[in-house]
Design a protein around this ligand. Structure first.
Ligand code: ADP
Length: 482
């Protein structure tokens, strides 16, 4: 892990081939969440800068769309290699601006790079087909074309992976992209984009704009030149952006909030379920959109599961992400801490039993203690809302049909997990859970080759896999008579 002095942060926005430095006043401060200290600054770009980025990215698209798939994929491969060579530095930047333990940050960089590697395969791209028409002297063909200039608005919890999962398929098919990273974590996006330029991605294809989110968002959403928006973030902001994109009828991919149920069925292997629960819940201190949110444990296994989990939670070590043995880093900011604490207090008031944790850490109030709540009930906010913190709430159930019917009514539908050893139940639950992704006997589901995304208010579209590429392509039908 490199420290703040060693990483050499790029404190500038990227438009075309120009790095726009910070002015004297108009800057956005980036804070290290583990220390509360200023890590660096990025510019608050003016509206003119954003319009300029749109012009430049559109010009870059017009040249890039004419290049061959092989050429584009070869450049993506070089970008992947640059990321591999610089993984320690990139992971250090994530830990410094986002707070997650360095080993997890390294895992994120490898995961982020895996999207570039996956999308650098030319054979993934469907170039269309020719169909023999019913009539002689007639040829019907279907071709695919890049959507055009795209905008990407990314969150702070996975600042590298959320960027590459949008930028890699966009570039692979011939689009250009303007990225607005989260204000908490711009340096990862800037470092990745710098490596893209070094790898030979032509200037103007990747642009990183920093500054006031609503101002930038308004310009990007209302621009006729931008043909697609890909957003990962909260449901509230996603709905606003969807509305803002309506007048220009943009293509949209939205990956919004989830509230993933984690079900421990009566025939589950409890030890494996505990392992899965720990992996799913405590990665990134619980700040992951697909992490298990509410736990539903069958009556017959409830005590065993709760006791096993309690031991494992108490063994977690808290500390700065830069320290080698930290399992749990700080939460991203004060409002995240306040929200988690409010949910825990609500659970307490409604009869929840706080087995461990339940407050901020006495050594530093930037951390929330890993918390286990038993006797949780469905009326509690920590069961109904996305927690985004290291808190486990265990709801007891006995009637599986009732539970599934209740879960199907949930407004969100990103991921769901369950543990069971019965083949028929596995098939039945996988079919009944109304979500975009299901993990069975595992707490980890992300994979660059697979489509990531949700249903209902968890979003539209998919990222990753072959499906992720279609999000950046238009289909054209051509009829030729000769
Ligand atoms: P969180 O609450 O987890 O930070 P947000 O949805 O607020 O989630 O943020 C996700 C991304 O959306 C960030 O890049 C943020 O800057 C951006 N964002 C927030 N509000 C707006 C907005 N009104 N217009 C455009 N982008 C926005």
């Amino acid at each position: 892990m490199m420290n703040e002095q060693q990483v050499d942060l790029k404190q500038a926005a990227l438009i075309g081939m120009n790095w726009i430095p910070c002015g004297r006043n108009n800057v956005q401060e980036v804070i290290n969440p583990a220390t509360g200290h200023l890590l660096g600054t990025v510019p608050k770009l003016s509206k003119e800068h954003i319009h300029n980025a749109i012009e430049i990215a559109e010009q870059a698209f017009n040249a890039w769309r004419k290049t061959s798939t092989n050429h584009r994929c070869a450049i993506l491969t070089k970008w992947y290699q640059k990321i591999e060579e610089n993984e320690e530095r990139l992971a250090s930047i994530i830990t410094l601006e986002q707070g997650k333990p360095f080993a997890e940050a390294l895992g994120e960089i490898r995961y982020a790079a895996s999207y570039i590697k996956w999308y650098s395969q030319p054979t993934l791209q469907d170039n269309g087909s020719i169909i023999k028409g019913d009539v002689e002297n007639e040829s019907l063909s279907i071709v695919t074309e890049p959507v055009g200039l795209c905008a990407a608005i990314t969150p702070w919890n996975f600042p590298a992976a959320m960027l590459t999962r949008k930028a890699a398929p966009a570039l692979a098919v011939g689009c250009s992209i303007i990225i607005k990273p989260a204000p908490e974590t711009p340096f990862t996006a800037l470092a990745l984009s710098e490596l893209a330029l070094q790898a030979g991605v032509p200037p103007g294809l990747i642009n990183v704009v920093t500054g006031d989110a609503p101002v930038i968002g308004d310009i990007l959403c209302s621009s006729k030149k931008i043909k697609k928006l890909s957003f990962t973030g909260s449901t509230l902001v996603g709905k606003k952006l969807m509305q803002a994109c309506a007048p220009t009828v943009k293509r949209l991919s939205l990956e919004l909030g989830g509230n993933a149920p984690f079900i421990v069925c009566n025939d589950a292997d409890v030890d494996k379920a505990i392992d899965g629960a720990m992996q799913s819940k405590f990665r990134n201190a619980g700040q992951t959109c697909v992490c298990a949110n509410a736990f539903y444990v069958h009556d017959s296994l409830y005590e065993r599961f709760a006791e096993g989990l309690e031991k494992r939670i108490k063994a977690l070590s808290l500390g700065q992400g830069s320290q080698p043995h930290s399992d749990i880093g700080p939460l991203i900011n004060e409002s995240a801490l306040e929200k988690v604490d409010a949910l825990v207090r609500d659970a307490k008031e409604k009869g929840g039993n706080i087995v461990c944790g339940g407050s901020r850490w006495s050594e530093s109030d930037r951390w929330y203690l890993p918390t286990l709540i038993t006797q949780a009930t469905v009326d509690m906010r920590c069961v109904q809302e996305e927690i985004f913190g290291p808190v486990v709430a265990l709801v007891r159930y006995s009637d599986e049909d009732k539970l599934i019917a209740q879960l199907r009514l949930q407004d969100t539908g990103l991921a769901a997990y369950f543990y069971s050893d019965s083949l028929s139940r596995i098939h039945q639950l996988a079919a009944e859970l109304n979500v975009g992704m299901v993990g069975i006997n595992t707490g980890l589901i992300s994979d660059a080759a697979m489509p990531f995304g949700g249903v209902k208010s968890s979003g539209v579209g998919r990222e990753g896999g072959r499906q992720g590429i279609m999000e950046y392509l238009e289909t054209k039908y051509i009829k030729l008579c000769y």
